[in-house]
Write a protein that binds this ligand. Structure first.
Ligand code: PFF
Length: 468
């Protein structure tokens, strides 16, 4: 810091904050944060998990998880990040009163989770990008699932192609991250999110106006609780974590870029609702069409790549809608990947005072290495299994169903029992500037008592501790 900056800091206590890159405020903050939440989770995972777990009943558990677990953890993370002005590891180091308890491990597990998620996420994003071209070329424009399946298997079982598309994705994301928080992440989100939304609406209208669309609506909104197992409940909660990018410090890092005037609870509620809207729209784009053409919705992860193309191929103007669909899915993936890369980049720049450039290069190379384990899971490494999972499935399962919920549990415990009411009140009322004390108290009570108990019960139940 030079002499002028030091002087500035003395005169304006907040001036130091400006020295750090951050979001510029207003709509940009919401869109950047929403950009992290919205992603393949909404358009790939949400539909296939809802499809495979019986529809509406799963959706209800997912909604409850979002409200009682997702929102409180998101508010907690934004608050911790802004209070500490640090990414997750350093945020816990700064805010924890008892340095002997290693709270920073929560942040460290987040860095690990970022690597695991990016490993398979970049691969799926790569498939989606490849599908834009396949859709344009017409190669997957067929109603014969045997043909779309062959096309998909060809793509994922080609080792060089799998690695190549992953590297292209990584390079593109790295280039945006290099531009910084305001000029890279926020600017991209401001451009991408409205387009994504518009394209999604186009596909929804198409799907809803097909003959036989009502069966899809029934599936999505009429619950049948008999399908709901303990494992499915854990999946729904894990999905809520994954969807909202919480439980791994991503939102702590983003919170550290928030201005001190941001209304954190309102902001988080907007992001949660916005994300939910995108998931529901994705459901409305997919299920009515799937049911209209009598296709089964329970294909699992390949729903998007094998089932969906045949559905588009069956409908009038389907070629156009198929291109639009894969385009919007790839756009959705961008903001999420930016936030996933930002987690380790922010950690390295803070820990080793590296430049953003060095940190980004190191992270992108590291991701190319771990990512290759996932990218090659359908070819060279198909027979390498840990605990019965390929690397791809292990990274996916372990991050979503273990690391994120456990991380979220500790974040809620930290806020409810360590950080405490006085500091929470100060932080979330913006030091008394906002008249929202009752709301903040409700948030605090839920975070202290309800969220941790729910997460713990769902985890134990999901792993069969209470019996099958
Ligand atoms: N929320 C993203 C999605 O639903 O696609 C995925 C994600 C992004 C998870 C960032 C975790 C994260 F930190």
């Amino acid at each position: 810091m030079n002499a002028t900056e030091q002087l500035e800091l003395k005169v304006k206590p907040n001036a130091g904050v400006q020295l750090r890159d951050g979001f510029t405020g207003g709509l940009g903050v919401v869109l950047a944060t929403l950009g992290s939440a919205v992603g393949l989770g909404n358009i790939w995972k949400f539909p296939y998990l809802t499809g495979a777990n019986g529809g509406a009943a799963f959706l209800i558990v997912y909604l409850l998880s979002t409200l009682l677990v997702g929102l409180p953890v998101m508010i907690s993370e934004h608050m911790l990040g802004r209070e500490a002005r640090s990414e997750a590891v350093h945020a816990f180091l700064k805010l924890s009163p008892n340095k002997k308890i290693p709270w920073w491990l929560v942040g460290a597990s987040g860095v690990l989770a970022a690597f695991m998620i990016m490993a398979f996420y970049t691969e799926v994003a790569g498939w989606v990008f490849a599908y834009i071209f396949k859709a344009l070329g017409g190669g997957i424009f067929t109603t014969d699932p045997a043909v779309t399946e062959a096309a998909f298997v060809n793509l994922i079982s080609n080792p060089w192609l799998s690695l190549g598309i992953q590297w292209v994705v990584l390079a593109a994301i790295g280039l945006i991250i290099l531009q910084g928080v305001a000029k890279g992440i926020e600017k991209t989100a401001k451009r991408v999110m409205p387009v994504l939304f518009g394209l999604l609406l186009i596909v929804v209208v198409r799907s809803l106006t097909l003959d036989g669309a009502a069966a899809g609506l029934n599936f999505l909104f009429m619950p049948d609780f008999s399908k709901l197992t303990g494992a499915a409940i854990l999946t729904a909660m894990g999905l809520a974590f994954f969807k909202l990018s919480i439980g791994m410090g991503t939102m702590i890092t983003y919170g550290s870029y928030y201005g001190s005037e941001q209304n954190i609870p309102v902001n988080a509620a907007r992001v949660m609702l916005g994300d939910l809207l995108v998931s529901l729209l994705a459901g409305l784009a997919i299920f009515p069409a799937v049911f209209a053409y009598g296709v089964e919705p329970d294909a699992g992860p390949s729903l998007l790549f094998i089932t969906i193309p045949t559905v588009f191929a069956s409908m009038p103007f389907g070629h156009f809608f198929m291109v639009v669909f894969f385009l919007l899915t790839s756009l959705a993936a961008v903001g999420a990947m930016l936030s996933l890369v930002e987690v380790p980049v922010a950690f390295l720049t803070e820990k080793f005072t590296w430049s953003r450039k060095t940190a980004t290069l190191v992270v992108v190379f590291g991701l190319a290495v771990t990512g290759s384990l996932a990218a090659l899971s359908n070819s060279v490494l198909a027979d390498v299994k840990l605990l019965g999972f390929t690397f791809f499935d292990l990274f996916d399962y372990f991050s979503q169903n273990v690391l994120l919920p456990v991380g979220g549990l500790f974040i809620a415990l930290f806020v409810g029992w360590v950080f405490g009411w006085k500091k929470v009140e100060q932080a979330l009322t913006n030091r008394g500037a906002l008249k929202n004390t009752r709301l903040v108290r409700l948030f605090f009570l839920v975070t202290r008592f309800v969220t941790p108990v729910l997460v713990l019960l769902v985890l134990l139940n999901g792993f069969g501790v209470f019996g099958k």
